[in-house]
Design a binder for this molecule. Structure first.
Ligand code: GSH
Length: 213
């Protein structure tokens, strides 16, 4: 049994929950963080000194945090050859995109657009900064679009751990109100993910409760 600490509206929790669902793992999730609180207690910080969600524990194993590290742990432990390629070179070829989403595309989307649009009331928005972030997003989306022209998923014909790390944010990317680059392959990839029950259930989670009025 895997225990997950983290609210369902957190993109990083969504990533972990989607991986657990794709792998069909027995689990329970506890609502922690955001309006639920509970992540700033000494007990919680003993599990994750950052006081952030998600945290997981697999059985009586160690407490794990950092969503992408958790997905890699789940892939290495429970994934088949498609989900978690055993060849280091094959794995790194998809993992570089997972790392890039976390370090490059994700921050550009979340810090540049998602929080400035969702976390700030319309009258208080920095429209110049949002316009600049919109332009900055376009070449990044085009870069991912070109990669996804190569196949249905990052690792070929079916999903792998890197698709989970890359794909989770796409719900926010495609539903947020801003001017996106023309990216037919990225859009087709997102549509393909949306047809997966595990993605629809765990990654396509409304963020309306996070919207500043
Ligand atoms: N790099 C970390 C980031 C974790 C993080 O920023 N979590 C946010 C939610 S997405 C959080 O805990 N925010 C405080 C809260 O929900 O109370 C990861 O990928 O897991």
């Amino acid at each position: 049994m895997i225990t997950v600490w983290g609210r369902a509206t957190s993109g990083n929790v969504q990533m972990v929950m989607w991986a657990i669902a794709e792998l069909g793992l027995d689990h329970k999730r506890l609502d922690v963080g955001g309006k639920f609180g509970g992540n700033d207690t000494p007990e919680y910080r003993a599990m994750n000194p950052n006081g952030l969600v998600p945290v997981i524990q697999d059985g009586d194993g160690p407490f794990l945090w950092e969503s992408a590290a958790i997905v890699r742990y789940l892939g290495a432990t429970y994934g088949d050859e498609q989900f978690w390629p055993s060849s280091p070179a094959t794995r790194a070829t998809v993992d570089k995109w997972a790392e890039w989403i976390k370090t490059t595309f994700g921050p550009a989307l979340l810090a540049g657009l998602f929080w400035p649009l969702i976390g700030v009331p319309p009258a208080q928005r920095d429209t110049a900064a949002i316009a600049a972030a919109t332009q900055k997003m376009k070449p990044l989306a085009s870069m991912l679009d070109a990669r996804l022209a190569e196949g249905d998923y990052l690792g070929g014909n079916d999903i792998c751990f890197a698709d989970i790390i890359v794909g989770t944010l796409l719900y926010r990317y495609f539903t947020l109100d801003f001017d996106r680059a023309e990216t037919p392959h990225l859009r087709a990839y997102y549509d393909r993910l949306s047809e997966r029950p595990a993605y629809a259930r765990h990654a396509m989670v409304s963020y309306e409760s996070l919207r500043a009025k």
